[in-house]
Write a protein that binds this ligand. Structure first.
Ligand code: S3P
Length: 426
């Protein structure tokens, strides 16, 4: 479906956004592995998380979706059963990579398949460490389909992450839960830490970074999860409220885990007016209400260390940068080429369609000049975050913009359009 967007004159009101995608995936997975009933409040029910729910149902886990909660009836250690078909993982990289860690320890074989985008995403990053652990895993050209067969035994490893990836870290830590002795993952650049928080893993920090320990001692137990709203989803509305003059927006109960708040830090450095109220910690995850008032934004330099923290927010931060004072420039983000689309390419092509000057590099890009085309048809590239980032751009400036295949937003936020409408005065 193509979707048209027009400038919003004013943004006001309160938004209650769905649960954090990373935490929702993990809450379903850990509950499915635990013994007994877990209750998940504010779990995101987007396509990606529904994929996670579906694959655990296919492995014998009863999961009830009720109006205000999800109930997962875990079968405990060795409680997953062999699915009778290939596991279809849709568009979800997080499901695939985390699940592979769990499946590596099972006594049955599985084949993981996905949609066109997921089928081209790199899996060597998990195949290599899982093989070091003794897992029997292979992928066609290191991509999907992934075939995971039972192994005699898994051994613990000490693994320094060659790329800053919470998915790879979590994959190894989840496999480590099936082993007596300690597996250690060492990360030199901090990535989101939901897995270690939710499992209560031991974390030791020194000058080289963080070492995270996993073993059978940390095997998940049934729990109640109160999932905060997704800061990555909130990021789109933070930029909208910042750049539409005279706006004031409240976004309730947003995850402000410091491995995820880089988007706020960057926007504040650009001059945004964002404050957090009612900050509390529940289930080891900090959350608070964000109040955003409009302000002038100016481009800033990106610090290398912050990139993993803002990896999902770069599309919306690039939109903010293009509309801010000065030229937008970012480097060290080659990882963006391995996301739901090649996000460097997706952003650069759309900025060109708007008439901007783009300098695309292997690991980044810069944008200068002025928007000259105010009636562009922009491409989502089937990528939810590209679709939403350009929808926000089209809601801030004058003109008539269309974004193709806008349905892809359902991957992380099926109600994006309703939320946008609820806070907009046209
Ligand atoms: C995620 C980690 C990030 C992020 C993705 C979710 C997670 O991926 O981009 O949307 O839940 O662990 P990488 O770990 O591959 O950077």
């Amino acid at each position: 479906m193509n979707q048209r967007f027009k400038k919003i004159e004013n943004v006001s009101g309160t938004l209650i956004l769905p649960g954090d995608k990373s935490i929702s995936h993990r809450a379903v997975m850990l509950s499915a592995m635990a013994e007994g009933e877990s209750i998940l409040y504010n779990c995101l029910l987007s396509e990606d998380v529904i994929t996670t729910i579906s694959v655990f149902r296919e492995m014998g886990i009863k999961i009830d979706i009720e109006e205000d909660k999800i109930i997962v009836w875990g079968n405990g250690f060795n409680g997953l059963t062999e699915p009778d078909k290939n596991l279809y993982l849709g568009n979800s990289g997080t499901t695939t990579r985390l699940l592979a860690g769990i499946l590596a320890a099972q006594k049955f074989s599985t084949t993981l398949i996905g949609d066109e985008s997921l089928s081209t995403r790199p899996m060597k990053r998990i195949i290599t460490p899982l093989r070091q652990m003794g897992a029997n895993i292979s992928g066609e050209n290191n991509c999907l389909p992934l075939i995971i067969k039972p192994t005699e035994y898994l051994r613990p490893i000490h693994y320094e992450l060659p790329i800053a990836s919470a998915q790879v870290k979590s994959c190894i830590l989840l496999a480590g839960l099936f082993i007596d002795e300690e597996t250690v993952v060492i990360e030199s650049k901090e990535t989101r830490d939901h897995t270690e928080r939710m499992l209560g893993l031991k974390v030791v920090e020194d000058e080289h970074g963080k070492s995270i320990y996993s073993s059978m001692d940390y095997y998940p137990i049934a729990a109640e999860y109160k999932i905060p709203s997704d800061i990555s989803t909130a990021g789109f509305f933070m930029v909208l409220a910042s750049l539409v003059e005279g706006s004031e927006l409240v976004i309730k109960n947003v995850s402000v885990n410091e491995t995820r708040t880089g988007v706020i830090a960057v926007l504040e450095a650009m001059g945004a007016n964002i404050t957090a109220e009612n900050v509390t910690e529940i289930n080891g995850e900090v959350r608070g209400d964000l109040i955003i008032k409009s302000s002038e934004l100016t481009n800033v330099e990106f610090d290398d260390e912050i990139i993993p923290n803002i990896i999902d927010e770069i599309p919306i931060l690039a939109v903010a940068g293009v509309l801010a004072k000065g030229d937008f420039d970012i480097s060290g983000v080659e990882e963006l080429r391995t996301k739901e689309s090649d996000r460097i390419n997706s952003m650069c092509r759309n900025f060109e369609l708007l008439g901007l000057n783009v300098d695309e590099r292997k690991d980044g890009f810069s944008v200068s000049g002025h928007i000259t085309n105010y009636s562009a048809v922009l491409n989502s590239y089937g990528d939810h975050r590209i679709a939403m980032a350009f929808a926000i751009l089209a809601s801030i400036i004058h003109g008539e913009f269309t974004i193709d295949n806008f349905d892809c937003v359902s991957v992380s936020n099926p109600n994006f359009l309703k939320q946008l409408e609820s806070i907009s005065k046209l």
